[in-house]
Design a binder for this molecule. Structure first.
Ligand SMILES: [Zn+2]
Length: 196
């Protein structure tokens, strides 16, 4: 199935093409390429968002081995991907603030403004832009290496988590970009922590 045909099928299942849905689909494509397939990749997205709906549709229609966890809104990202085998974590923020697309370097050039009371035409304009632009122009993407500490299983005194300061048994310490912290401060979904 071609990419366009797949999107067309997904949109039909969803009902219409919206900016959030377009972005979710592009994010799924980005992850598929980044991880060279989605086998074993875990993805979390806040429940009830368009992005989560798109990721769910991608999983259903394409029968991809995408393990999608729905989370509450307000975690600080729009999608979080985790590859347990390598410890690679991608935190993705759509950067859609007050109807304008922004990335770390500022407003995305050429992005249509989506007014607060934007109609279907406004939504479609932005959705089409999102389908054409490289994902990196539409999202803030932060990569982290999150691995279980090599002290895992070792006995010994607890040490403080470098993020929250909480005393943590050595066997429960993780490393986020080399910084020791507790499981909570890794930002991983609890069901992912339980994998290790
Ligand atoms: Zn902590």
């Amino acid at each position: 199935m071609t990419i366009a045909a797949e999107l067309s099928d997904l949109t039909r299942s969803h009902g219409r093409l919206t900016p959030g849905f377009a972005l979710g689909w592009r994010v799924a494509e980005y992850l598929r390429e980044f991880f060279d397939g989605l086998d074993g990749v875990r993805v979390a997205a806040p429940a009830g968002t368009e992005q989560a709906a798109a990721l769910r549709q991608v999983r259903t229609e394409s029968r991809l081995p995408l393990d999608l966890v729905q989370t509450e809104i307000g975690r600080g990202w729009d999608a979080l991907a985790y590859h347990p085998a390598t410890g690679t974590v991608l935190e993705i923020n759509a950067g859609l603030t007050c109807g304008r697309l922004t990335t770390r370097s500022g407003a995305t050039p050429g992005a249509p403004h989506l007014p607060k009371d934007g109609d279907e035409e406004d939504q479609l304009r932005l959705a089409r832009f999102l389908l054409d632009e490289p994902v990196e122009h539409c999202c803030r993407i932060v990569e982290r290496l999150v691995v279980r500490s090599r002290h895992a299983g070792a006995d010994g005194a607890a040490i403080p988590c470098r993020r929250c300061g909480g005393m943590t048994e050595r066997r429960d310490i993780w490393n986020v970009n080399g910084i020791p912290c507790c499981a909570n401060c890794t930002g991983l979904d609890p069901s992912w922590i339980a994998l290790h």
